[in-house]
Design a protein around this ligand. Structure first.
Ligand code: NDP
Ligand code: CA
Length: 343
């Protein structure tokens, strides 16, 4: 159902009506802060006009609305009121939590601090409660935040939780360690909030799959979490195998007993990039955005693929075509029946 789309926009086709009630479509996206993108990032190959809010705001809204997500998790939001107004008119309600010391505030032409936001479709979902967190590193507050929300499907009464975050940026071993600590705090926060409910945990983790935080999340004792895009890739590999009528299912099993093997298999199956940009110091093309989920309670049904290099163009992103340097991740999940409530 997810389409790799043409060069104009990336769209995931509408969910099947007949299987709608247990399905949740999540859109995860670092939309690029207007203030940082225009005045701080140094996207040397992006035309200035493409970076104006006047140009970008329509593309951002278009991409969100075209995909018809039930839940939208955004990072680097510094135009929350605009999004709330526009998405509000399309039946979404939203929550915003700014970074305590947003770098936007140090730039003269800012539009307020940037932060994370969660929007949800009001006609399908009921907000039961939410919490916010300034992530701690060695018990000291950092500049990174998270939002967790408990949502209920109006049709079935079933509940699930969504949590989103934007972890510390930049390279280096110390920063990777810091991100790992933020991840540990994030897990503690979301475990306390969600308890045993089905969970979608997504965001810009600013960490490639080989960084310690990835294994921290997938190997954590409090939750069994899995990565949506990696699992979808596994499913596609299985499908191809089935088509070849070779029963090598064993080789592709994701529910392997050895946690280290499970993590290294997942790392291999992450997409090649979720962000692709050129700054003065060179080109960056890597995977740092993720959608994690609890596979015992949710089934990943489809993921929106990313445009290929030729579609993106040699100047990469942002561009007149792509308003952010990150691509949106769109995932279709099915909420599974709780085995505890059966029989
Ligand atoms: P982060 O390191 O997490 O990064 C902030 C933003 O910069 C992110 O949105 C990130 O985007 C983007 N970014 C990443 N790499 C680059 C790059 N190479 N060039 C330009 N931008 C990049 O910052 P913190 O939130 O921890 O904030 C930094 C701190 O610095 C704040 O606490 C603030 O006090 C301070 N500050 C002070 C300033 C001053 O003038 N005194 C100015 C700015 C900040 P992505 O996540 O997409 O990679
Ligand atoms: Ca950024």
């Amino acid at each position: 159902r997810c389409l790799k789309l043409n060069s104009v926009s990336r769209v995931c086709s509408a969910p099947d009506e007949n299987e709608g009630t247990q399905n949740i479509r999540l859109l995860q996206w670092n939309i690029l802060s207007q203030t940082l993108g225009q005045h701080n990032d140094g996207f040397v190959r992006c035309p200035e006009e493409a970076l104006t809010w006047q140009h970008r705001k329509y593309l951002i809204v278009q991409e969100i609305l075209q995909n018809q997500p039930d839940v939208v998790c955004l990072q680097e939001v510094d135009h929350f009121k605009f999004l709330q107004t526009v998405l509000g008119s399309q039946n979404y309600a939203g929550i915003f939590f700014p970074k305590p010391d947003s770098p936007c505030l140090y730039i003269e032409q800012n539009n307020g601090p940037d932060g994370c936001a969660i929007f949800y479709k009001r006609d399908k979902l009921q907000l039961l409660g939410y919490d916010t967190r300034i992530l701690e590193v060695w018990r000291v507050q950092s500049n990174q935040v998270a939002i967790a929300a408990r949502l209920q499907l109006k049709s079935s009464g079933k509940e699930f939780c969504v949590c989103t975050t934007h972890l510390k940026a930049r390279h280096g071993a110390l920063l990777a360690k810091l991100r790992n600590e933020q991840g540990r705090d994030l897990i503690r926060f979301v475990k306390q909030f969600a308890g045993g409910s089905p969970l979608l945990l997504c965001g810009d983790f600013n960490a490639e799959p080989v960084e310690p935080i990835y294994a921290t999340i997938l190997g954590c004792d409090l939750f069994k979490l899995s990565s949506a895009y990696a699992d979808m890739q596994l499913e596609r590999e299985r499908e191809r195998e089935r088509e070849r009528e070779q029963d090598r299912e064993q080789q592709f099993t994701s529910s392997c007993e050895d946690p280290n093997e499970f993590i290294s298999q997942s790392i291999k199956r992450e997409p090649p990039y979720t962000t692709w940009k050129i700054r003065e110091d060179g080109e960056e093309c890597h995977t740092i955005d993720y959608v994690f989920y609890t596979p015992q309670q949710l089934k990943i049904k489809n993921c929106l693929e990313f445009p290929a290099g030729e579609q993106i163009g040699k100047n990469r992103t942002p561009s007149f075509q792509y308003p952010s340097d990150h691509f949106s991740l769109v995932c279709d999940f099915e909420l599974l029946d709780d085995p505890r409530s059966e029989g």
